[in-house]
Design a binder for this molecule. Structure first.
Ligand code: NIG
Ligand code: FE
Length: 417
């Protein structure tokens, strides 16, 4: 297998304890970066075999190198991981954006049959090719900003036929692009029109679909939208338990618009993550901390819905809950395709440090997807990198509205941006 050397870069390894993290000596440097000046990464096939300052590369390893890449002083980070998106859908909701600007609330629009349900109609009306082609465009936009791993939720089909179709499109995306796609079934996103007034019956139907979707290998996790315009705590429990009975990991859209006690429920079922969390209670924080559940914060949705209640960021940090950051790309609450803008907003709106924000889109995003083989530049991890035209990784959260990504490396193969 080819040994490749990626050298002449500043590495943001995101492994605070790495022996070569020389820049930690400087009092101003945040040790969370795991910075390595004059760094190099040796890969064998799709894996990292060695990481450190080039001067420390052992001679026998240097001799094994068959291909060298001079990164010209760029910053090298782990490939970004967007751990929460709703990328597969038809249509858009720019008109609802206008309605909200004129005073209608997100909940009002949803209760009037718009919102998620309007995207469900547009999605059902699209054939597979149209869904696939639009999702490819969106995935490519994320990839241009360094994304190497992407989670995609269903939730705009809301019938067995259409949920399966959307999940198949998501799987096909992962098979067709240099990108890992993890799929999540979010059939419990809203009650579809054919079940209007019969939410419990819809929940029963969803529970019965899960084994079929799993048998076809279509889902890596199950999610529910637990809220007043979504599903009740009892309905949420039914879906999550059905997933758990199949051995499928669970996640939750929790405490986005109101406190439903969803996070505590999800944490009690060892959820990989609880996402949004603007209205998370102290009890929810404690439950997530003891279960090791990741808090996925979504500054795009907070911003676009003009929320004023912040998620309890400091309390999550104090409790030791790992914080991930994602785009939440969807047509209703977060129509962004810029993970870098999310890093910036995680700092400006949620007061994370640039290092915490980047860890949120690498180390902790991997954890939110149950992945242990990526998110850091460390021996044994996948050779998934992003190469940036900046001097220091803090600039990734600093610039906004421009993209310094020069290339991605996926499983040891380079893709220029
Ligand atoms: O993550 N909150 C629920 N789901 C999405 C929005 C879906 C939509 O409005 O289409 C979210 O914000
Ligand atoms: Fe979402």
């Amino acid at each position: 297998m080819t040994h490749q050397l990626w050298r002449n870069a500043t590495l943001a390894s995101l492994c605070p304890g790495t022996p070569d993290a020389t820049s930690q000596d400087s009092a101003q440097e945040d040790p969370q970066w795991g910075l390595i000046d004059n760094g190099a990464v040796l890969t064998q096939g799709g894996r990292i075999e060695w990481v450190g300052a080039l001067r420390n590369l052992p001679a026998p390893l240097r001799q094994a190198v068959s291909r060298e890449h001079d990164l010209g002083g760029a910053v090298l980070t782990p490939g970004l991981i967007d751990c929460h998106t709703h990328l597969v859908y038809g249509g858009h909701r720019a008109q609802e954006f206008e309605m909200r600007l004129q005073g209608a609330s997100y909940e009002d629009i949803a209760r009037a049959g718009g919102g998620i349900r309007s995207t469900v109609m547009a999605t059902r009306a699209c054939d597979d090719e149209a869904l696939f082609n639009s999702a490819v465009q969106r995935a490519q936009a994320l990839m241009r900003e360094g994304v190497c791993t992407l989670e995609i939720k269903s939730g705009y089909g809301l019938s067995l036929h259409d949920e399966a179709r959307c999940l198949r499109v998501a799987r096909r995306l992962g098979d067709s692009l240099p990108l890992t796609v993890k799929t999540t079934c979010l059939a419990a996103h809203a009650v579809p029109p054919e079940y209007a007034g019969r939410a419990d019956d819809y929940v029963e139907a969803v529970c019965s679909w899960l084994s079929r979707l799993q048998a076809e290998g279509l889902m890596d996790a199950v999610d529910v939208f637990c809220d007043t315009i979504g599903f009740t705590l009892a309905q949420t429990r039914r879906v999550l338990l059905a997933a758990q009975a199949l051995g499928v990991p669970v996640k939750l859209h929790a405490e986005q618009l109101s406190d439903q006690d969803g996070a505590a429920l999800a944490a009690s079922l060892n959820a990989l993550s609880c996402d949004h969390l603007e209205h998370l209670s102290t009890k929810g924080i404690a439950a997530m901390a003891s279960a090791g559940t990741v808090a996925v914060l979504l500054p795009g949705a907070y911003y676009f819905l003009r929320e004023t209640k912040l998620p309890p960021v400091q309390a999550l940090l104090d409790a030791g809950v790992p914080i991930a950051i994602a785009t939440d790309h969807n047509p209703g609450s977060s129509p962004t395709l810029s993970p870098l803008l999310m890093l910036n907003m995680a700092c400006t709106l949620f007061r994370l440090t640039p290092a915490q924000a980047l860890r949120g889109m690498t180390v902790h995003a991997a954890q939110a997807l149950g992945l242990t083989d990526r998110g850091q530049l460390a021996v044994g991890q996948r050779a998934d990198f992003a190469v940036w035209h900046v001097n220091h990784p803090r600039e990734l959260a600093y610039w906004f509205g421009q993209n310094p990504c020069r290339a991605r490396v996926v499983y040891g193969e380079e893709y220029p941006v």
